[in-house]
Design a protein around this ligand. Structure first.
Ligand SMILES: NC(=O)c1ccc[n+]([C@@H]2O[C@H](COP(=O)([O-])OP(=O)(O)OC[C@H]3O[C@@H](n4cnc5c(N)ncnc54)[C@H](O)[C@@H]3O)[C@@H](O)[C@H]2O)c1
Length: 295
């Protein structure tokens, strides 16, 4: 049978009325982009950050089409100055931030704003013995250094405001279990879990809740890039890499079309965690993975 996905049109009117949400990795089609669009429908003022200028603008256009308000900024979270600037410009524009989603992430060491570069093989996902320094560093620079710089800037502002807040970090099933053929991604996502747990402890006294969501295959540009890569590996006779030991979640196996998760399904969970309905949840690293880590 079909596993019915979250309706992309569904939202709770006014759930985030007058709240400001900052979203890194907010380009259209991504998990961050869909979360930004739904948050705006629910009344939030959105600050969207990405390095993909055109796709970020598409998110802002979608928000203004439905009568919402957003402020977008091309910024690189792996640059600490950019991370500080994204928060200070958000405060200049909207006066405060209430919530943040740290969704910016990469799966390999090549430029994510460009099509995959199969000639630069050293930057593709890799096992440890073949991994280049550049691949390792690039993945870490965005996925964990960038998340640290973003959280540092966001938390400084939330502490200054002294009114609490909520942050969701995006990890992955690759942070909850091993993922074949992509050592830097898996290690960086395990680090997201550690940073989330540490921050939940340190900021609970300030009523700032911090959680992470950890999905399996979700149909976004990152996954389309992963498909291309897996196909290339198979054509080259190099094995199946990331599509190795386990390739489908429980719900994906059950669904008649074996669909992955949709970014709207992830947005619904992320916004629940950011909302007051999740007032007793912090330090949770939720498996939003269709049952991937259940077996
Ligand atoms: N799609 C999946 O199957 C899947 C599975 C598990 C985890 N994730 C995680 O979900 C998060 C969102 O990814 P997605 O699936 O929406 O893919 P995506 O590639 O569509 O979105 C990630 C966004 O981050 C942006 N970005 C990358 N580096 C950046 C930087 N240095 N500064 C600012 N922006 C940057 C990209 O331009 C892109 O728009 C990522 O952290 C990813 O690792 C995705």
């Amino acid at each position: 049978m079909g596993i019915t996905p979250t309706n992309p049109e569904s939202y709770f009117p006014d759930r985030f009325k007058d709240k400001v949400i900052l979203v890194t990795g907010a380009a259209a089609g991504s998990i961050g982009g869909c979360t930004a669009i739904r948050a705006a429908r629910e009344g939030a003022k959105v600050v969207g950050i990405d390095i993909k200028e055109k796709e970020l603008q598409a998110t802002a256009d979608e928000i203004s089409k439905s009568g919402g308000e957003s402020f977008i900024m091309v910024a690189d979270v792996s640059d600490p100055a950019d991370a500080e600037r994204m928060v200070s410009d958000a405060v200049k524009k909207f006066g405060r931030i209430d919530m943040a989603l740290n969704a910016a992430g990469v799966m390999d060491g090549n430029d994510p704003t460009k099509p995959q570069d199969f000639n630069n093989e050293g930057n593709l996902p890799s096992s440890i013995h073949n991994a280049s320094d550049e691949y390792w560093l690039k993945v870490f620079e965005t996925n964990i250094h960038g998340m640290f710089y973003s959280m540092r800037a966001e938390l400084k502002q939330l502490l200054k405001q002294s009114e609490g807040g909520a942050i969701v970090n995006i990890g992955s099933i690759a942070g909850l279990t091993g993922l074949p053929g992509n050592c830097a991604y898996s290690a960086s996502k395990h680090a997201v879990i550690g940073l989330t747990r540490n921050a939940a402890i340190d900021y609970a006294p300030y009523n700032i809740r911090i959680n992470s969501v950890n999905m399996a295959q979700t149909d976004t540009p990152m996954v389309f890039r992963a498909y291309e890569y897996v196909k290339w590996m198979q054509e080259k006779g190099k094995g199946s890499s990331m599509a190795g030991a386990k390739s489908q979640s429980l719900l994906q196996m059950a669904d008649e079309k074996h669909r992955g998760s949709t970014p709207w399904e992830q947005s619904a969970i992320i916004l629940f965690l950011l909302s007051d309905d999740a007032s007793n949840i912090t330090g949770a690293n939720m498996a939003t993975d269709g049952g991937w880590t259940a077996f």
